[in-house]
Design a protein around this ligand. Structure first.
Ligand code: NAG
Ligand code: NAG
Ligand code: NAG
Ligand code: NAG
Length: 659
């Protein structure tokens, strides 16, 4: 089932954060399995396509012995390399007797005897993913027979790959831009699994070709969103930049698969392993260990093991709400970003990732994730808990590390209670007051604990107001800078009990009002796309830009303004995912000559395959604080002066500014 383009555009237009609101993909596969993300171990990341019985048995035993099974890691999947070039004479697929002398039925028994579950790997093509010799026969055209065979061996999961599958191209190893969607081949295996009558988790692995989030939940329990993870830390950001536009598609029984974990493979630092594990966990990816746990050559380090065993992080992954954390905000030049998501028990998980190379301290402003204060903030990797945290939280983070926080007892952003203020005589001082933007147009509602029979004088930050008789609330404009440390000082004979501060509204400057310079060009989009403008500006680079002179509202003040960039980036790293691919594009936005670079993720929820070009018409939103605004006239230039991997900026749809 596919979304209409209009639905897709609306997702981009009305995001919960940057990405879409929850999506109703009906009917979703309802096999009752994977109600929380699958956890387990798989041979591939450490042993590539060279598994054997001894390897699988020793690692499976280690899941039990190291306490991993007790934490929920119960699937053991033998990836590519287990079968033979040909089927048996009767047409059945079979194991390599050299590699698995006891056979696959016995392997299933070995696993089941230990309380583990058996994952069998196959492929939707004529061969399984494995280059060189021997080749490995695939399941294309044999889905029903193979599903029955796997079920007869006791399979509890089928991981189904996508190699050697594109007939029109002569079945090459990989085809990342096939003329037909993989969906029908994967649907055939889904039906074949259902026909076995055995409960088998179906893990779809077609590398994100044809945007499987739009159809995979109807046929499978998880689906890979992109190309393989590689043993280089940049892969983590690359995969997350692909996940951003589709986290809302996850839910109980249906999960975005960010690929198997590299934790324990001695390719990342401890801080990098924490970041990788944290993000996979909170985005609700299956947690499939890809490191060696134990074999004759060695065992996993205790540092990596302890990361995999962290009960809090596992708890976020397995949380009963089943809502994937989503991207909130990226501070591109500072090199960090925020993700958050709801947990059961009215808790919230927040990850602040330092993607840069140096240890530092990071500050989370709670309003960025919707809160003003939290009764408790538990810092998981620093093993520290703080109470009554007002407005912001600061912690130390290693290079490439993540500050992982669990918030509970939260209060909605914009509300400040007198218990957290300082009162002296008739003066009440609220500090830690947050402003997302520098503006004198915030609205502040002061609620007093009692009213007076007569008019009362109230002074707020040195401006005098009158509270009418018998009135409990005073609503006034207030000025705040973009900061978490504004102060509101109230002087009155009446005691204020609560302040509620709301931000000013924003003004959208559509790209249609910008002038084009040099190579920049405007494209009119299909109906409902490039929302909310209907067209976009592309070819923004050192030789092309879009410019606009913006007149500030007459009452506005100078300073940094919070802005939302409406952008489009469908530059999906598939073949470049093995090397430099990031799934990002830069944009530079200059305000009166003050330049801010943003690096934006993929925005698209469309398919290049079935709506050619329309993935490039799917808007995403990116929030950023832009310095440099003055009163009067402001010169805006949108372009890409940053250089780097890609010359072109993301395409530009519009800019909305909170004055
Ligand atoms: C094919 O032969 C194998 C080996 O004898 C057997 O285990 C399997 O059940 C047979 N398949 C069918 C479909 O009869
Ligand atoms: C799916 O299975 C049906 C029935 O076996 C077959 O006719 C069809 O070609 C298969 N589709 C694909 C894409 O393999
Ligand atoms: C974005 O700009 C930074 C800084 O110049 C650069 O390192 C990075 O490679 C750029 N990203 C892309 C996708 O071009
Ligand atoms: C948020 C933050 O402080 N990030 C830091 C990550 O490390 C880089 C060093 O490369 C610092 O510059 C950033 O400040």
């Amino acid at each position: 089932m596919f979304f209409s383009l209009k639905q897709i555009a609306l997702l981009a237009l009305f995001p919960a954060t940057l990405c879409g609101s929850p999506v109703d993909l009906n009917p979703r596969l309802a096999n009752g399995l994977a109600i929380t993300p699958p956890m387990g171990w798989n041979t591939y990341n450490h042993y590539s396509c060279s598994p054997n019985e001894a390897i699988v048995q020793s690692n499976a035993q280690a899941l039990v012995d190291l306490g991993l099974l007790a934490k929920g890691y119960n699937f053991v999947t033998v990836d590519c390399g287990w079968t033979l070039p040909a089927r048996l004479a009767n047409g059945s697929i079979t194991w390599s007797p050299t590699l698995f002398p006891s056979g696959y039925f016995a392997l299933g028994q070995f696993l089941h005897a230990r309380g583990l579950k058996f994952g069998v790997y196959s492929d939707s093509g004529i061969q399984m993913c494995m280059t060189g010799s021997p080749t490995q026969v695939g399941s294309l055209g044999h889905e029903q027979a193979d599903a029955l065979t796997f079920a007869s061996w006791g399979a509890d999961m089928i991981k189904f790959d996508n190699c050697y599958s594109e007939a029109s191209a002569g079945y090459p190893d990989t085809d990342f831009t096939p003329p037909t969607s993989p969906s029908a081949r994967f649907a055939n295996m889904s039906a074949a699994i259902a026909a076995t009558g055995r409960p088998i988790v179906y893990a779809i692995c077609e590398w994100g070709v044809d945007f499987p989030s739009a159809w995979a939940p109807t046929i499978g329990n998880s689906w890979r969103i992109g190309n393989d993870i590689i043993p280089s830390f940049g892969t983590v950001a690359r995969i997350l930049n692909q996940a951003i536009s589709q986290t809302s598609f996850a839910g109980p029984g249906h999960w975005l698969d960010l690929d198997m974990l590299e934790v324990g493979n001695n390719v990342f630092t401890a801080a990098e392993e924490q970041t990788h594990f944290t993000m996979w966990a909170i985005v609700k990816s299956p947690l499939i260990i890809g490191g060696r746990l134990s074999d004759t050559a060695g065992s996993i380090t205790s540092s990596s093991l302890n990361i995999l065993l962290n009960s809090d992080v596992i708890g976020y992954n397995q949380d009963s709400l089943g809502v994937a954390a989503s991207f909130v905000r990226r501070f591109t030049s500072a090199g960090y970003e925020i993700w958050s998501g709801p947990l059961s028990g009215s808790r919230t998980v927040v990850a602040v990732i330092n993607l840069s190379n140096v240890a530092t301290s990071l500050t989370l402003n709670l309003p960025d994730v919707g809160f003003q204060k939290a009764a408790s903030v538990k810092n998981i990797w620093n093993a520290a808990t703080s109470t009554n945290v007002l407005t912001s939280y600061t912690g130390s983070v290693a290079a490439h590390g993540t500050m992982l926080l669990e918030l509970s007892g939260t209060t909605v952003a914009g509300t400040y209670v007198v218990a957290d203020a300082v009162t002296s005589g008739t003066t009440t001082t609220f500090s830690h007051v947050y402003g997302a933007t520098t503006s004198n147009a915030y609205t502040c509602v002061i609620t007093f604990s009692q009213s007076s029979a007569t008019t009362t004088s109230v002074t707020v930050n040195s401006v005098a107001y009158s509270l009418p008789a018998n009135t409990l609330t005073l609503s006034i404009p207030i000025s705040l800078t973009a900061s978490n440390a504004n102060t509101v000082v109230i002087v009155s004979s009446l005691t204020p009990s609560v302040l509620t501060i709301t931000a000013p509204t924003s003004t959208l400057y559509p790209s249609t009002s910008f002038a084009l310079v040099g190579a920049a060009s405007r494209t009119t989009c299909s109906s409902g796309l490039c929302a909310p403008v209907g067209s976009k500006v592309g070819y923004l680079s050192s030789t092309g830009s879009a410019t606009l002179s913006v007149t500030a509202p007459s009452t506005a003040i100078a300073g940094s303004k919070y802005a939302t960039v409406y952008f489009i980036n469908n530059d999906i790293a598939i073949s470049t995912s093995w090397t430099t691919g990031t799934n990002t594009r830069n944009m530079t936005i200059s305000v009166n000559g003050v330049v801010t670079r943003i690096e934006v993720p993929l925005s698209g929820k469309s398919s290049e395959l079935f709506s050619v070009g329309l993935g490039w018409q799917d808007t995403g939103l990116f929030g950023v604080l832009l310095p440099g605004w003055t009163t009067g006239s402001n010169a805006i230039v949108v372009t890409n002066t940053a250089g780097g991997l890609v010359d072109y900026a993301a395409d530009f749809v519009g800019l909305s500014v909170v004055w």
